[in-house]
Design a protein around this ligand. Structure first.
Ligand code: NAD
Ligand code: DAU
Length: 356
């Protein structure tokens, strides 16, 4: 089958962590392809992540809601969109425990609007070819015991309001493919790390707290396991699925890189001791065990055998290299961290895009 090469893509949530890394990777790799970034700019959306592409004439940013059917319909038509790559979501598990409603609104209802407008656009015949790609998560599979892996056939067993909302949206994608034939794809990736991740997630939170010599909160006994993948590898996997996969398929994405949380936190402490000129072992003194997250999934581990076998994707980062580069990025970008945590980065939108 020849590769699907879209000429115009709608990226939702492109100002967030993975969406911005994806655009920064995709645009130079696909010159001439139009990229429209639809993002409502919640606390997690930051246009400064995209300074490298914002002057590219093929790039357009639109501030708006994926749940706004008129806006989505207009963008699909006027930009003759051939692929929707759907990152936009509420993404943080802890926030879904304290406030689940917005997770259902954005992740379930917002996805349904995007699917419905995609269906109408595709069925109108306005474009010759079309793909809808849903960026999902391994969390929809629930929790593993000490052994075994999540496969694409593993039953969905979401445990947090966040993962339930992602599972709900995945099922809507499946339904739009089965019922209407919408050429849709789903990817399910493990935990990502890398530049531009909001410092509420484990790795950037711990790096920031070490730098500022604040307590390092480790939930429960610290022995929960996550399977970490560099965000650049995730971006390349999404591009591969978009271009090479048969519609209707699901692909797991992961790097075979399991770590207990406490081991990750200790590693970050030790790598930052030398970088910050502190004594060996000093940062570990900041580790503080705190009350566990309710419903905390014990272990995630993903089998990425299908995408490797069928589409030839392989991660290129070793964890050693990826984590060292990530630490160094956060050390070199203290202003970015300060701005996103204080919220002052929001003024950038008004300066750059106000009035447009
Ligand atoms: P993020 O929270 O960093 O970014 C989400 C983006 O979506 C933000 O820019 C936000 O402004 C935007 N957004 C939120 N609601 C919107 C709405 N109604 N309309 C338009 N834009 C809206 O998230 P992330 O970590 O980059 O995750 C991106 C996607 O990847 C999510 O769908 C998430 O479920 C999935 N995912 C994340 C990981 C991970 O480790 N972070 C792993 C696997 C899958
Ligand atoms: O697996 C993919 C998922 O990974 C994505 O779908 C989610 O969007 C993303 O947020 C992430 O979910 P997690 O809950 O696994 O990530 P988080 O960084 O919040 O936590 C990672 C692990 O670290 C988890 O076991 C909880 C623990 N933790 C987290 C925080 C923020 C702590 O021990 N202390 C902390 O302060």
């Amino acid at each position: 089958m020849a590769d699907f090469v879209p000429r115009s893509v709608l990226v939702t949530g492109g100002a967030g962590f993975i969406g911005s890394n994806f655009i920064n990777h995709f645009m130079p790799a696909n010159p001439g392809c139009r990229v429209v970034n639809l993002d409502i700019l919640t606390y997690a959306g930051n246009l400064k992540n995209l300074v490298g592409v914002e002057r590219n004439s093929d790039y357009r940013f639109v501030k708006g809601d994926i749940g706004d059917a008129d806006l989505v319909s207009r963008l699909l038509a006027e930009e003759r969109i051939e692929a929707v790559i759907h990152f936009a979501a509420e993404s943080h598990v802890d926030r879904s425990i304290t406030g689940p409603e917005i997770f259902v609104r954005t992740n379930v209802l917002g996805t349904q609007v995007l699917l419905e407008e995609s269906r109408k656009h595709w069925q109108s015949g306005a474009v010759e070819c079309f793909r809808y790609l849903q960026v999902s998560t391994d969390e929809v599979y629930g929790s593993l015991g000490e052994t075994g892996y999540f496969h694409e056939e593993t039953p969905l067993a979401a445990n947090s309001p966040y993962s339930a909302s992602k599972a709900g949206s995945d099922l809507l994608v499946r339904a739009y493919h089965e019922t209407f034939g919408l050429p849709a794809l789903i990817t399910r990736c493990s935990n990502n790390y890398g530049p531009y991740q909001f410092p509420e997630k484990l790795i950037p939170l711990i790096i920031r707290n070490i730098i500022e010599q604040r307590p390092l909160p480790v939930y429960g006994d610290g022995k929960n396991v996550r399977d970490w993948l560099h965000v650049k590898d995730h971006s390349e996997a999404i591009e591969t699925v978009l271009k090479k996969a048969k519609p209707g398929e699901v692909f797991n994405i992961g790097g075979n890189n399991e770590w207990q949380n406490i081991a990750i936190v200790q590693l970050l402490c030790d790598m930052l001791d030398s970088r910050l000129g502190r004594a060996a072992g000093e940062n570990r003194g900041l580790i503080t065990f705190v009350t566990d997250r309710p419903g905390h999934d014990r272990r995630y581990a993903i089998s990425a055998a299908k995408i490797k076998r069928e589409l030839g994707w392989e991660p290129s980062y070793t964890f050693e290299r990826g984590i060292a580069e990530t630490i160094d990025w956060y050390l070199a970008n203290r202003q970015w961290v300060d701005e996103v945590t204080s919220g002052s980065y929001r003024e950038y939108y008004e300066q750059q895009y106000g009035g447009r």
